[in-house]
Ligand binder design. Structure first.
Ligand SMILES: Cc1cc2nc3c(=O)[nH]c(=O)nc-3n(C[C@H](O)[C@H](O)[C@H](O)COP(=O)(O)O)c2cc1C
Length: 220
């Protein structure tokens, strides 16, 4: 059969860009596609426990680069030379206020035919939230959801021919401080520099390397 789109092609082509061409900027229309992908990413019980800070100005990128000192200095130029840097943040708690906002949005978007359906959704979601609060892993649970948005962003950027570098190598506390995230009930989780690679990007020329399909996939 003819595939509607070659996901394999996109997944093979996309790669972690180590050096960006600072002169090349992402067109606003393409950035809008990526913004939409982030907002539309799925999350457990539609909890959407995230916020995405997108830095495109030199001042904004410099704030993010505050987290790239010491052992993380190798990531600094990626932040500063990229077109845009996305700081994927997670909520540190799932507050009653946030859960109510999600429920109200679902209501406004027309997902409930009856008040009972709305109450059922609130209860169902609340059950999972309570479970995680009791286990004490709410923050970790929220961060797992953020990684779903990361996956979508990386594949989406690849599909649009935009180069990307995901980064966990940064000082979380420094970025939280520079962006005032803690006061907003947020923490930075992972950064993604977006743009177009420079000619000196050694990684552009290296072959992709993954464990074999037999190693990572079992058919039963
Ligand atoms: C969550 C995550 C964090 C990463 N952190 C960094 C980083 O801090 N700096 C960096 O240069 N690459 C980073 N990488 C890139 C990985 O090394 C890269 O994705 C992996 O080697 C696979 O290569 P590919 O992305 O080119 O296919 C990160 C990737 C992921 C998914």
């Amino acid at each position: 059969m003819t595939l509607p789109v070659s996901l394999t092609g996109i997944a093979r082509r996309r790669y972690t860009t180590k050096s960006f061409d600072a002169t090349r900027k992402i067109a606003p229309e393409l950035m809008d596609e990526l913004r939409n992908l982030l907002r539309l990413a799925p999350s457990s019980v539609n909890s959407q426990p995230w916020h995405f800070v997108i830095a495109s100005s030199e001042a904004g990128k410099a704030k993010v680069a505050a987290g790239t000192h010491g052992p993380y200095a190798y990531n600094g130029p990626k932040v500063l030379k990229s077109s845009h840097v996305v700081v994927l943040c997670a909520r540190t708690d799932l507050t009653a206020e946030h859960l109510q906002a999600v429920l109200n949005q679902e209501d406004a978007d027309g997902r409930f035919a009856t008040p009972e359906a709305k109450a059922g959704q609130a209860n169902g979601r609340g059950g999972y939230v309570k479970q995680h609060q009791e286990i004490g892993d709410t923050a970790v649970w929220a961060q797992k959801q953020v990684y779903l948005a990361l996956g979508e962003l990386l594949l989406g950027a690849g599909a649009l021919g935009i180069d990307a570098c995901p980064m966990e190598g940064f000082d979380v506390a420094a970025v939280n401080e520079a962006l005032g995230l803690k006061q907003r009930g947020l923490t930075a989780v992972v950064l993604v520099a977006l743009g177009y690679h420079a000619d000196d990007d050694f990684n552009a020329k290296l072959p992709k390397s993954r464990l074999s399909a037999d190693t990572v996939i079992s058919d039963i």
